[in-house]
Every structure is written in C-alpha cells, then in structure tokens.
Design a protein around this ligand. Sequence first.
Ligand code: GUN
Length: 309
Amino acid sequence: MLEGTSSFWYNGRYLKEKRIDMTQIIDGKALAAKLQGQLAEKTARLKEETALVPGLVVILVGDNPASQVYVRNKERSALAAGFRSEVVRVPDTITQAELLDLVAKYNQDPAWHGILVQLPLPKHIDEEAVLLAIDPEKDVDGFHPLNMGRLWSGHPVMIPSTPAGIMEMFHAYGIDLEGKNAVVIGRSNIVGKPMAQLLLAKNATVTLTHSRTHNLAKVAAKADILVVAIGRAKFVTPDFVKPGAVVIDVGMNRDENGKLCGDVDYEAVAPLASHITPVPGGVGPMTITMLMEQTYQAALRTLDRKFSK
Ligand code: GUN
C-alpha cells in the first residue's frame, strides 16, 4: 500500500490527510460469482453421490417492493446453485396463527433444509414469535435465538448471511483481523451484532457503535476495520475514516437523485481507504451467496444425522 500526504477540500473544509494512492476495491460481485460457481459444483457432486438436493423455501408476506426484489434474487441464486427452491407468497392479511402453521409445515418436511421468512413482517405479526418458530436446524438466516446464542458463545452453526459474506471478503482479500481495531456502526440483530461477534472471534478488538454513540466520527476514525450498517445514505464521511482503513459498506439507499448508494460517501472516502466495498456490487451479492452456502451446509448436516443414527 502506498501512502502520500496531500490535502483536499471536503464539504467546505480543508482536510490535510494521508491519502492512499492505491485503494483496493473489494469486488463482491466477482467473489460471489466465483463462490456461487463452486457451490453449484459441490451441489452437483452431492446430488450424484447421495441423491440429496438442498432445498430452500422463502416465505414472503405482503408486497413490499424491496422484499420482492430480494426474494426474487434469492430464488434465482438457489436455482442457479441447483437447489430445490420454493417461494411462498402470502397476502399481508395472513394471521399470525396461519403464518406459524405454514412455518410448522416446512419444519416437518425433510425436503426443505432452509426456511427463511423475509423481513420486515406486517405490524400485526410478532416477528420474534415467527423467528422462534423456525426449526433452528433450518434457520438459514441465523436469526433464531438459539443460533444467535451459539454464535455469541463461540460455537456458531447458522451465521447471518451479511456478516458471513463480509468475513469471506476479508479472507479472500487477505485482510488480517488479528489484534486490529474494528468499529461496527449499527447494532441490528441482522448485521451489527453478529458482525461484532465474528470480528471478535478473529481476535479483533471490537467497538459496536450506533446512532446514539457520542463522538461517533472520532470513535470510527480509530478503526483499522470499519463496517457501516446504519441505514443512512452517505452517512460516513472522510472525518470518520483513518487513512489506510478497510471500509465495508452494508448500506443500500437512494441518494437525492434516486441513485443507489451506500451508508458511506464512497467518492469522498475511497481515496483514504486501503480497501473499500462499492454499492452496488459489494456486500449485497455476497449476502445471497452466503445464504445459499448456509442452506447447503444445513442439507449436509441432515446427512450426518442420518448416518449417525
Ligand atoms: N430482510 C432484509 N434482509 C434480510 C435477511 O437477511 N433475511 C430476512 N429473512 N429478511 C431480510
């Protein structure tokens, strides 16, 4: 990595910073495509050798446009991997009891190794009750409290796909986490909390921050590894970033012109970072691929159970 000292204007302020002359863009799209290819090969071999075909069912309640896109992409990816795939679309008038019955049906059916209920759910449905109802061995999202507890106690089985994909990126790009200062912005169950735990498991020193953290920019600027999942367009500006930091952007927002953008002001921050993920084409594609990998692994574990009986 080459560093040079230079000064630049940002938002009317004159910043004198070390800028990184060679920022590496982490190409999540290419990495996901490579892993997806390997997964299709593994799946074909598994089918040939054991007749087992991993099955993923996605339950979509209502017609949230973003959820529809995500679910379509998951279905496409499952089919491309050679999985059995089903999307169950139900109206948002479904009652909680009906939704729980639906989950119970797929829990009991051995043809399905992964069950995912797309979030968010309509307000009249208790999200926690639904996540709790999914068989933990089929919970490919890793959102069931048992799987969250397994992760926090250092014995993960199902890992939420977004942080799992980020860990794959660190591995693929040779980013060492040992002893590094890692700052995670955002404390959701889906990204921030499991991300913090995965970084900790790799011996990073982790600070989990959020919208109420005092002096957030100052805290973030201590990070060697900065993971941003706060859900606000271009929230992270150069004053949050230590020169040479690895910047991972989980955000998916629209800017003032309706253009897709992340939680990081990419144009302004990229010159400071040693590595950065773009939006789109960064974390997003990895999330879906990791979901497929979790489904494959869940299917494999059913074989282990069958032969150990
Ligand atoms: N909604 C947004 N992201 C996710 C996800 O990773 N899993 C589920 N089930 N719903 C989501």
